[in-house]
Write a protein that binds this ligand. Structure first.
Ligand code: MOS
Length: 764
């Protein structure tokens, strides 16, 4: 396998451009009925009475379902044994958040269902919701994730300087363009589900568990999803409702969420409040990091998303105390979104690092180099690979960082204040067990398949290329099948782990395929490969040949034909490595994953996979009077291990940077203080970057293959978002002298924040 190369286009591009790539709402069935959901208009309490008579009698209505008629579904098992699915709706009359589903109407047409749903009248025994941790009724404060290293007190005592403060990140909503849709079709006791999911295998497992049917009776077919950003990583209540509706009316049923329902029904990134304090010596060495995060969770939900733990793994600091706390409130369940945890935690840590650099009068890059984690800080284990210092160097050079005058407000361009800021980034290494089948046909083509979905990340393209290279076939002769649980099981798409997981499976499966075909040839007296062993051969040009003598070999076609076979299929699986989640999530819940991970480290088994890391350099222009911030230039350098598809990887990082700009400047899900209703649940009101907001983004890949992975890859997705918000905030400080510790950085927040040198700085 070599580096980047091959045709640039996406294999699914033509189908998407032609409109033939099937999204969950594109599957057609005769007799399709439509389900529509009614949502609670209060945030807490109970349903006192619900009048459905008029709706039930409305034209075309097939069924009306409420908490009194909805059967109890079983609770599905946790994803990976850790992550619960969100609580079911409609099962009881209890209301836990504004927008919770309280009724469902199924009708012949969508318009009939909508009209009938409007006729449903719900009377609530409303209670005053708990929406704030300051509320004395908010008692369920839980400590989620904790890492303690060294002794914080000692660390601060030996510090010459301390900086820090409270950093807040807003609630954000995933807002994929494609509204989530579930289409369910029963045939006897078997059901087919088309769902906007990142994890078809998990939908299958959850539906089987909830409805008490064997897993084999559930087929999930979901090849394309119109964006997701994490929202499709849980199995949401509407999925079960659609499946129930289809069984109830005995017809295929489609349930498409509306845009407002996309805000309450498929998660959001919970707001955080983070207290960060750094201690350092005058020469810029960190002596202490304290990082305390508070976030909200939903009543009845136990979603996990470690935020403060970035402070445990980012720098070589001997004394660290990082912990997360959560208070359950009457808000909708949250869900992993675009670099979950790291995105928020990094903003606080990397902002504080910038404040430290300013306090010490040290260049921000130099400060980070002085605290570079040469080994994994929690375990002392060496990294498998980590080109972070190279990312700083390459990024700074491409940006022209050395020309920066460190003085805030030192650069002006007409009416604009110009600022340059930077931040480091990392995203933990993950890889999950994956099964894959590979078939070689006698006509010299091949097809690989696994049940993953394509949420827009380019998986189909990179996997087609990887399989082609592993088999030594031209890309045009390889197809990649995905999005159907009839295929070997893939892990969920997410955690920037998909390419690594699928490539490990491809390597297993293709390796086995070549070995099995070689075994056929090697015992064949006519074959130039007779007697050859797996280690003796390589593949290229549609042939298996001797490594030392490429002319000695034969085509797959010749081998298969001679043995009268139309095709040969293998299925193989990669495993979840022992150290998955170890770098970061190994500390996920100290008593849970932490102990086994630590035991494995003590056994001295391996080096620590660093995951992807990188650095962002950002130029902003701030309107001096209006406080409007524009990001006008970004240079991002990423160590993503071996880059298999340069265009696809660059596109991933570019998209992630855009997501980071949204988080930095625009995105904020606003919950009304009184009842938790989302005030801006439309794409008009919930701002995301549009084309005109997207700057010139220069992406550079540095580093090389990571030996922890059979093909050397790391995930290149979310790492591109981590750090953008801090780099923007740091650039805003450089431009204006104003340190905004609250995201998003809106004009009113910028103008409303007093200019001060560096708060809480104490230089003796
Ligand atoms: Mo994700 S937030 O789907 O890795």
């Amino acid at each position: 396998m070599t580096g980047p190369g091959g045709p640039p286009g996406r294999v699914d591009g033509p189908a998407k451009a032609a409109g033939t790539a099937p999204y969950p709402s594109d599957f057609r069935y005769p007799d399709l009925a439509h389900a529509v959901l009614v949502r609670a208009t209060v945030a807490a309490g109970r349903i006192r009475r619900i009048r459905t008579g008029e709706a039930a009698r409305a034209p075309g209505v097939l069924a009306v379902v409420t908490h009194t008629t909805m059967p109890d579904l079983r609770t599905p098992p946790r994803l990976l044994g850790i992550l619960p699915h969100p609580p079911a709706n409609l099962g009881s009359g209890e209301i836990r958040h504004h927008g919770q589903y309280v009724a469902m109407v199924v009708a012949d047409t969508l318009h009939q269902a909508v009209a009938a749903a409007e006729a449903i009248d719900v009377e609530y025994a409303a209670e005053r919701p708990v929406l704030d941790r300051a509320d004395p009724r908010a008692r369920t404060r839980e400590t989620l994730a904790t890492v303690r290293r060294g002794h914080l007190g000692t660390g601060f005592t030996s510090a010459d300087v301390t900086v820090g403060g409270t950093y807040t990140t807003a609630a954000n909503t995933h807002a994929p363009i494609g509204p989530f849709t579930t289409t369910a079709v029963w045939d006897g006791d078997r059901v087919t589900v088309h769902d906007s999911t990142q994890n078809p295998a998990e939908v299958r497992r959850a539906v089987a568990a909830m409805f008490g049917i064997p897993r084999e009776n559930v087929r999930v077919v979901a090849p394309f999803v119109g964006g997701s950003f994490g929202a499709g990583s849980r199995v949401w209540p509407h999925v079960a409702l659609a499946v129930h509706a289809a069984r109830l009316v005995g017809r295929p049923v489609r349930l498409a969420l509306t845009r407002p329902q996309m805000f309450t029904g498929v998660g959001h990134r919970a707001a955080t409040e983070q207290r960060v304090r750094l201690g350092a010596t005058l020469d810029g060495r960190l002596t202490a990091i304290e990082h305390r995060t508070h976030r909200y969770g939903a009543v009845g939900d136990a979603e996990i998303e470690p935020v403060a733990l970035v402070s445990a793994t980012s720098y070589a600091c001997p004394n660290v105390d990082a912990r997360d706390e959560r208070t359950r409130v009457h808000l909708p369940p949250s869900c992993a979104m675009r670099a979950p945890g790291d995105a928020q935690g990094n903003f606080a840590l990397e902002s504080a690092m910038d404040e430290l650099a300013a306090t010490l009068g040290m260049d921000p890059v130099e400060l980070r180099l002085r605290n570079h984690a040469d080994v994994h800080p929690n375990t002392g284990m060496p990294w498998t690979s980590r080109a972070l210092a190279e990312c700083y160097r390459v990024g700074a050079e491409r940006f022209g960082w050395s020309a920066r005058d460190p003085e805030p407000r030192s650069a002006r361009d007409g009416h604009d204040l110009v600022g340059w800021g930077m931040a480091g980034a990392a995203f933990p290494d993950s890889r999950f067990a994956c099964a894959m089948s590979v078939t070689l046909y006698a006509d010299g083509t091949a097809r690989a398949a696994t049940s993953t979905t394509e949420i827009g990340t380019g998986t189909a393209t990179v996997m087609t290329r990887v399989v082609a290279r592993l088999l030594g076939l031209p890309v045009e002769r390889v197809t990649f099948g995905f999005g159907d649980t009839g295929m070997p099981a893939a892990p969920g798409v997410g955690a920037s782990a998909t390419t690594a997981s699928l490539c490990a499976a491809a390597e297993e499966a293709c390796g086995r395929l070549v070995r099995e075909l070689l075994a056929l040839a090697a015992t064949d007296p006519e074959s130039p490969l007779r007697g050859a062993r797996p280690g003796d051969v390589a593949t290229s040009g549609g042939r298996i040949h001797l490594r030392g003598d490429p002319s000695a070999g034969e085509t797959y076609t010749a081998i298969l034909r001679r043995h009268h076979r139309e095709h040969h299929t293998v299925e193989a699986s990669s495993r979840t490595p022992w150290n998955v989640l170890a770098h970061h999530g190994g500390n996920l819940v100290a008593g849970r994953l932490g102990a086994p991970a630590r035991a494995a480290f003590r056994a001295g088994r391996a080096r620590m996979p660093s995951g992807a890391c990188g650095a962002h350099f950002v130029e902003v222009r701030v309107d001096a009077d209006l406080g409007v911030v524009r990001v006008c230039r970004v240079v991002t350098a990423v160590d993503g291990g071996r880059i298999l598809d340069a265009a696809g990887a660059r596109s991933q990082i570019t998209g992630a940077v855009v997501g980071g700009v949204g988080m930095a400047l625009m995105e904020e899900t606003r919950f009304e203080p009184g009842d938790g209703r989302i005030a801006n649940a439309t794409l008009t009101d919930y701002l995301v970057p549009v084309h005109a907001d997207v700057p010139d983004i220069d992406v550079a890949f540095v580093g090389g293959p990571d030996p922890a992975h059979p093909l050397g890859v790391k995930g290149v997705g979310e790492v591109g978002l981590v750090g953008v918000a801090a780099a923007v905030a740091n650039a805003v400080h450089h431009a204006t002298g104003i340190r905004v510790r609250r995201l998003p950085i809106t004009p009113e927040r910028l103008l409303g924040t007093p200019r001060r040198t560096n708060a809480r700085a104490a230089v003796p």
